[in-house]
Design a binder for this molecule. Structure first.
Ligand SMILES: Nc1ncnc2c1ncn2[C@@H]1O[C@H](COP(=O)(O)OP(=O)(O)OP(=O)(O)O)[C@@H](O)[C@H]1O
Length: 332
């Protein structure tokens, strides 16, 4: 493999990942989301160094959540880096108070998408790492998630019809990004909120993972690998569930669905649950709980005349003439 002489092992590793996974095609316009922390700085510098090989058009975007007293200085620091690297820079500052991490994240992705759309970027990249993946898996496991939540951070997902979010560092750990920034003499902007133990994420990072490390020093790597394995399994199960749903659907409209119980009964429980979850999600326009799904799944094998307790929004599931019917409150 021909490469520039100043490439490190990490450059080679990320180059290999980008190539084997076809994450960021040549000549694309790529917007790098840079907070100023070690992961996104590492990402921006890696892409900058790989840029001559891939001929991308890079831009840097920073979102100012106005959460910390040093937020404006942080934004200025990122803009100076972009200027130093001769890359177009975009930044936005929120004009309303963001009360939670979830609200901040939502605003950030909306803002990044708007910047990308306006400036014709096809891809947005973030510095999520294998360490983030391990933490997200633990966080979702504790909150009570199925395999879908445990796959924790995918390599890519569409943000809009034209813009794809890509996470090229999912096989790189936080230790590696810190080491890289040090080697490249990149000054990292420390986020003081990362130390605040009132956030569950920070406690997982600073207390739970170091504790688990005593059981297995490879815990972070193993959890990230589990997420990777689950990702492929979830993809497979979802495509099977989609097929089963199609085969089982007799009639459907926005208020009612009729599913053939005989067809559903031939499928394994894992697929029955997925089909019912998909149907309830579509009909109720909300995520059904495990209990709601189970209430409907038991009806697949139940005799004619059986009926569920009311589901969210007053919806009802019922068995009639060998079919499972689900009615929303829109049904006549
Ligand atoms: N203020 C910001 N401006 C631009 N990009 C940001 C900002 N904050 C985070 N990012 C991007 O998001 C990545 C992940 O950051 P962080 O782990 O803090 O976010 P998060 O809230 O956990 O996000 P997610 O829910 O998407 O995992 C960073 O590596 C960076 O690419």
């Amino acid at each position: 493999m021909a490469k520039c002489s100043n490439w490190s092992l990490l450059h080679a590793k990320v180059h290999r990942i980008l190539r084997s996974r076809c994450l960021l095609p040549r000549h694309q316009r790529i917007l790098v989301a840079v907070s100023g922390g070690q992961d996104s700085l590492c990402l921006a510098k890696l892409l900058l160094d790989l840029q001559p090989k891939w001929e991308w058009h890079l831009g840097i975007a920073h979102c100012n959540h106005q959460w910390r007293s040093d937020a404006a200085a942080n934004a200025t620091y990122v803009s100076q880096l972009a200027q130093w690297w001769n890359i177009p820079f975009y930044s936005e500052t929120t004009d309303c108070r963001l009360h939670s991490e979830a609200a901040a994240r939502e605003w950030r992705y909306q803002t990044l998408s708007a910047i990308a759309q306006k400036n014709n970027y096809s891809h947005i990249v973030t510095g999520h790492t294998a360490s983030d993946r391990a933490e997200t898996l633990l966080y979702n496991l504790i909150r009570g998630s199925g395999a879908d939540g445990l796959q924790a951070l995918t390599w890519h997902r569409p943000l809009t019809a034209e813009i794809i979010l890509v996470r090229p560092l999912l096989e790189i750990t936080r230790v590696e990004t810190a080491q890289f920034c040090q080697e490249m003499q990149l000054q990292v902007w420390e986020d003081s909120t990362n130390q605040n133990l009132k956030y569950a994420r920070n406690r997982i990072r600073q207390e739970l993972l170091p504790y688990l490390y005593q059981f297995n020093p490879k815990v972070e790597h193993n959890l990230a690998q589990t997420a990777e394995i689950l990702q492929a399994e979830v993809e497979y199960l979802e495509s099977e569930a989609q097929q089963l749903q199609q085969n089982a659907t007799v009639t459907t409209n926005e208020a009612t669905i009729q599913l053939n119980c005989l067809v559903l009964r031939t499928a394994p429980l894992a697929l029955q649950r997925r089909v019912i979850r998909r149907v309830l999600q579509q009909m109720l326009q909300a995520s059904p709980s495990f209990e709601h799904i189970e209430k409907v799944v038991v009806l697949i094998a139940a005799p004619n005349g059986s009926q569920s307790d009311p589901l969210p929004g007053g919806a009802i599931a019922q068995v009639k003439n060998g079919s499972l019917w689900i009615y929303t409150n829109l049904a006549p």
